[in-house]
Design a protein around this ligand. Sequence first.
Ligand code: NAP
Length: 300
Amino acid sequence: MQLDPVPDSPDRPGVRYRHTPGRFSLYAVPMSTLQNRIGIITGASAGIGEALAHDLARLGARLVINARREDKLSEIAAAYPEGQIKVVPGDAGDPALSKTLMQACEDAFSGKPNLVVVNAGRGLRGAVTDSNTDEWEEMIRTNILGASHLMREAAEVLTGQMTDPDANPEGFGQDWASLIDQDGPPRDIVVLGSSVGRHISPFSSMYGSTKFAINSLAEALRRQMAKFGVRVTLIEPGVVRTEFQESAGYEMDGFGAFMDRVGPVLKPEDISRTIVFAISQPPAVHINDIMIRPTRQEYP
Ligand SMILES: NC(=O)c1ccc[n+]([C@@H]2O[C@H](COP(=O)([O-])OP(=O)(O)OC[C@H]3O[C@@H](n4cnc5c(N)ncnc54)[C@H](OP(=O)(O)O)[C@@H]3O)[C@@H](O)[C@H]2O)c1
């Protein structure tokens, strides 16, 4: 990715524009914001999490990245200057992991995270009637319980970085004003939901139920966090071609035909670019949720 050293925007000093040579310039990225970011990404060894790790690292963020496959995480970290990315292997369904990830930020960067991306998750082929019951528990543990533990820990850490608006409204007002004046860094919790967490798909309803849970928990957390100036952003992708389809056990001939019909389907980079756009907004602007589907996917 090329980041051209262009002059500050006349409208927003300090904001630099990202240009892809020869292509339409898609968005303005407030670089100062991303360079001040300390982020945690779960599920960063593949797919959407991996693409996001690369995008954020290229834009200067320091990251703690998690998944179970340490070798894949280490490969990502090795592509950036030493010390920019800390690898923390582990099971996202483990309730202890969220605290370990927060501590890793302190150890690696002497600071708390201001961005937590709750991404680790897996799919499962089938409905309540025909999905593999042996896989229910692991999916629920990862997609709901692990995600909830991380959202809870993130909420605690991110709100703890500011004065409590209820206990000390004046102090909070000063904190908030200076955050806005300095253009951040904002505080973000980004949660990967799904289009099947909003629209019922009988063909993957067990998986969909975990995303209905996550979608509602993210919106509830957004309502709780708003007064603290913490943004909780729900990303609801449609079909993205990643390892997801294989690990969900989709029958690839049939799913391939579906992808042909609605495709081209999304790439992980499409979701990553969307997340970068959302978190790059100034601290007082919050894009609450984004559903992003392949153009020709009408459903779910
Ligand atoms: N692909 C889609 O069509 C789609 C659509 C809507 C929503 N989503 C959601 O987007 C998120 C990312 O999916 P993806 O498409 O990027 O899938 P993916 O390519 O299969 O990647 C999943 C990531 O999560 C990690 N992971 C899975 N279980 C884990 C666990 N127990 N502990 C730690 N890490 C775990 C995997 O790494 P390890 O195997 O190394 O642990 C991998 O890094 C998921 O929450 C998914 O539900 C995907």
